[in-house]
Write a protein that binds this ligand. Structure first.
Ligand code: GLV
Ligand code: MN
Ligand code: MN
Ligand code: MN
Length: 410
């Protein structure tokens, strides 16, 4: 069909250049969504897209769409993309790889003068990480009709600032209604964030779907009192309760081996003074499994354990579900395009289900969607040491390019 190859050095240089925006001493990135650093990387991205000859549109959730026209602009665009926001201790590749590989595909099409039938777009989705504003995949969720704009605007960070006011503050509130844009297909390349591809010495993961995940926020209330004078049998210590609850959450996943995972990753203790019994503890719970029924069973078990522990220790425990992202199966034609692209490029590959959440999980509700994974070193991600090889990045972007052209010519 064609023998286009992306410019691997240019892609790598763009990844390293943007990694300086929020770069950390340990070699990672701290670029939380809707901060000034997020604005800076968005400004970089918009300028690069315009330089590549694209028309840039921003929607009311701050999602950025850069379009290269095709021969028939009445066709919905074939889209690529991911996210430029990071975890507080994020790496250089999570999300960034998908956005900048999409940009590299558009740059390659421009350089070679290749004309696609449909327009091709690269998208930066706002707040994929969900670290600052829960839940994750918030703006792709609004795009897909999972959340309303008002719900997203009202989400608060731990300092009480809202998503809406922070989006306005950084100047990325566009006018296009979120979700009004029709997409012909969506392809997202991402690092695997797990160890399977590296372990099996495979270059490309052909992602067939995403596992189910649910998030909760738990507030445990006891009674603040003096650490020196309150006898042990008269205490209502919220942190002792929370500690047992953390152990219980861990056991729930262990009871559904080998695929279930459960995590308490965030905890706040009030008033957090060394000689006051903690009166209130706030913590998060993350439950995941490829089958929704198992996630539902885990939820019941977690609720039961938290309720039992609270009763035993005379504490109150309030549990709020903040996210339910059911398991997703990607579109066979898009998965097929990725698989063909890997084969035609001669890369070793295997099918894989994503353990992490991605904007593609919500895009699958509104457009034929698939994902491409590449290995990351030792499977480590959500860590500043996260790393990927130059050749794997190049391979992944070449598969993205070819999958888009396969789909365009299907
Ligand atoms: C979200 O991206 C997640 O997998 O936690
Ligand atoms: Mn990501
Ligand atoms: Mn992430
Ligand atoms: Mn993610």
């Amino acid at each position: 069909m064609h023998n286009l190859q992306i410019n691997a050095q240019r892609l790598w240089d763009s990844i390293m250049e943007t990694a300086k925006i929020g770069g950390t001493a340990k070699g990672g990135i701290c670029r939380l969504t809707l901060t000034d650093l997020d604005r800076q990387v968005r400004d970089w991205f918009v300028a690069a897209c315009e330089e590549a000859g694209c028309t840039v549109t921003v929607d009311e959730m701050g999602n950025i769409f850069a379009r290269r026209p095709g021969k028939d602009n009445s066709l919905p665009p074939i889209a690529m993309g991911s996210h430029l926001d990071t975890q507080p201790t994020g790496g250089k590749f999570d999300g960034v790889l998908g956005v900048l590989s999409g940009l590299e595909v558009l740059r390659t099409l421009k350089d070679t003068g290749y004309e696609t039938n449909a327009p091709v777009e690269v998208i930066n989705w706002t707040n994929e990480e969900g670290s600052r504003f829960a839940p994750a995949m918030l703006a792709s969720g609004v795009f897909a009709g999972v959340f309303t704009r008002d719900y997203a605007d009202g989400r608060k960070d731990r300092e009480g600032k809202t998503f809406g006011e922070e989006l306005d503050r950084i100047g990325y509130r566009g006018t296009e209604k979120c979700g009004d844009r029709k997409l012909g297909a969506f392809f997202e390349i991402h690092i695997e964030q797990g160890p399977i591809l590296e372990d099996e010495d495979k270059v490309i993961g052909v992602v067939t779907g995403v596992q189910g995940m649910r998030w909760y926020e738990v507030t445990v209330t006891g009674f603040e009192s003096h650490a020196g004078t309150t006898p042990m049998h008269l205490r209502r210590d919220a942190l002792v309760g929370a500690a047992r609850m953390v152990e219980a959450v861990n056991k729930v996943a262990l009871a559904h081996p080998p695929l279930a995972v459960s995590t308490v990753g965030l905890m706040e203790v009030r008033p957090n003074s060394r000689n006051i019994l903690p009166g209130e503890v706030f913590f998060s719970v993350d439950l995941r499994h490829p089958e929704d029924e198992v996630v539902a069973a885990m939820e019941i078990e977690v609720r039961e354990a938290i309720g039992r522990i609270a009763a035993e220790l005379k504490l109150e425990a309030a549990i709020e579900q903040v996210w339910d992202s059911p398991a997703v199966k990607f579109d066979p034609a898009c998965v097929g395009a990725v698989s063909t692209a890997a084969k035609e490029n001669g890369y070793s590959h295997r099918e894989i289900v994503s353990g992490a959440g991605h904007d593609a999980a919500y895009m699958a509700r509104v457009a034929p969607t698939a994902m491409i994974f590449i290995p990351c070193e030792k499977g480590i991600s959500h860590n500043e040491v996260e790393s990927a090889e130059f050749d794997h990045v190049a391979a992944g972007a070449n598969v993205l390019l070819r999958a888009v052209l396969e789909y365009d010519n299907r």
